[in-house]
Write a new protein. Structure first.
Length: 292
């Protein structure tokens, strides 16, 4: 079971309000979630929007907003919600979700209808559309980043990996000699004193996957002062390589191309912020304040 789309919260909201009581907006969101969506997994209920709000609360709030614009609910006083006669009629006649969507559209001005109709038909709230846009940009940046990594000099790629691990909070790193390094491209300190070391192997492949022999050679090259290693590639690992790393006496972490660009994007390695977009929302604390 998935999280409800914003338009799928219309009927639950109207049912909570069906007795005509005046309910605080925040309480309405809580009551709708508790009655209709408490059976969802905790993982789903904790999903966040790009701005950090709980997604389930965000979608219920947008459902309330559209019902208000459609005349099915109104705000009798600051911060409170109540069903209207139109809303009661919609509920008592058991109008379908599609009918309620159409009903909301009819209460909009003609110039707003196309925009609202597009949002409703796509089952996407304005917040969903914003998040979807950001996700598309993020995917494109990561795809381009992976392409860049596959083109850089192999030695530059090794340096990039060490810079990334340093950005992730690991200690100072040591680049090994460019030849005759026995399969070790770098060594990082897990702690500031260098008591725990992690050996690094970085393979910049365009297409070929890392094989079991590559993992075996990496393990063989690790000296007796560490049992931890990270093997990074721009491609992927074949199944035998994954098994070899999993069954090794050493702790071997495998990072493929997709995981690598995720980490670089998260820790701002090889990317930079181009634009900031400010999205404002109503400050309910301001309007709920008694001194206003």
């Amino acid at each position: 079971m998935d999280l409800p789309k914003f338009n799928e919260t219309f009927l639950p909201i109207l049912e909570i309000l069906s007795d005509g009581s005046i309910i605080k907006g925040r309480d309405l969101i809580r009551l709708v979630e508790e009655k209709f969506y408490s059976n969802l997994s905790q993982e789903l209920l904790e999903e966040k929007t790009k701005s950090g709000d709980r997604l389930i609360e965000n979608r219920i709030a947008w459902g309330k907003s559209y019902l208000k614009k459609g005349g099915l609910v109104h705000y009798p006083q600051r911060g409170y919600v109540q069903i209207t006669d139109k809303g009661k009629s919609a509920k008592s006649e058991n109008i379908s979700l599609t009918d309620i969507q159409s009903n909301v559209i009819t209460f909009f001005k003609p110039e707003d209808e196309a925009r609202l109709n597009k949002n409703i038909k796509s089952d996407a709230s304005p917040q969903d559309l914003i998040d979807s846009g950001f996700e598309q940009i993020e995917r494109e940046v990561k795809n381009e980043l992976l392409s860049k990594l596959k083109e850089v000099d192999p030695y530059a790629f090794e340096k990039i990996i060490l810079i990334l691990l340093n950005k992730m909070g690991y200690g100072d790193f040591i680049e090994t000699a460019k030849s005759g390094d026995g399969g070790i491209d770098g060594i990082i300190n897990e702690d500031q004193l260098g008591l725990e070391k992690i050996y690094i192997q970085a393979k910049r492949y365009s297409e070929n996957k890392v094989r079991e022999t590559d993992i075996r050679n990496f393990i063989g090259a690790m000296s007796g002062d560490t049992r931890k290693g990270i093997f990074v590639t721009t491609s992927g690992f074949d199944e035998k390589a994954k098994i070899k790393a999993r069954d090794a006496h050493h702790t071997i972490i495998l990072i493929d191309g997709a995981k690598l660009v995720d980490l670089m994007h998260k820790y701002n390695v090889g990317v930079q912020t181009k634009n900031y977009y400010e999205v404002k929302a109503i400050d309910n604390d301001f309007f709920d304040a008694e001194e206003i």
